[in-house]
Ligand binder design. Structure first.
Ligand code: 5GP
Length: 164
């Protein structure tokens, strides 16, 4: 359908604070926030500041090629994080949305073997997600417009005049 859930930067600021509060209230104190690039990077930065966690890692996963169109399976792109960095750590995986949940499952399973504990935090979780995240700000089944991807990239090349 054409229904969209529109998250603004202002709404995101509130969402990430409230999500962090939920995690803090639950008593989870992660040693590491592992962000799933690219959308999860925004979430991880906000959560890490709010939770006073200074250790942020990043994993690149490719899955979506367009609105609702995906590769068959998500793939972890190089450089894959060094699992030794997570050994005996409490990890918080941060992403923008668990949709099918396949991306989060991939990263979650990667962590499971190595870490002391792993939990997941997302702004949105859809009902079809095969991963049930410990921390969810809002549930929706609509396609979400995130503030960082809804607008066209701003690309500037020296000597070129771009139309507004
Ligand atoms: P999943 O593996 O859970 O199906 O999808 C995870 C990733 O796909 C998200 O991190 C996000 O980048 C992208 N994605 C899934 N659903 C949506 C959506 O409704 N809106 C946007 N903008 N991206 C989505």
């Amino acid at each position: 359908s054409g229904v969209r859930e529109n998250l603004t930067y202002e709404g995101f600021g509130r969402a990430v604070r409230e999500l962090a509060q939920t995690i803090a209230d639950d008593g989870y104190e992660p040693d590491v926030v592992l962000s799933i690039a690219r959308g999860g990077v925004f979430v991880a930065g906000g959560l890490a500041y709010a939770l006073d966690c200074k250790n942020i890692h990043l994993v690149n996963v490719e899955f979506y090629t367009g609105v609702g169109t995906t590769l068959e399976m998500p793939v972890m792109l190089a450089p894959v994080p060094n699992a030794i960095d997570f050994s005996n750590k409490k990890v918080l995986i941060a992403d923008d949305v668990a949709d099918t949940g396949k991306t989060l499952k991939l990263v979650h399973d990667f962590c499971l073997d190595h870490v002391a504990e792993v939990r997941s935090a997302v702004i949105y979780e859809k009902s079809q997600s095969l991963v049930k995240c410990e921390y969810v700000w809002k549930r929706t089944d609509d396609w979400i417009n995130f503030p960082w991807s809804v607008e066209k990239p701003v690309v500037r090349r020296t000597g070129q005049v771009l139309d507004a």
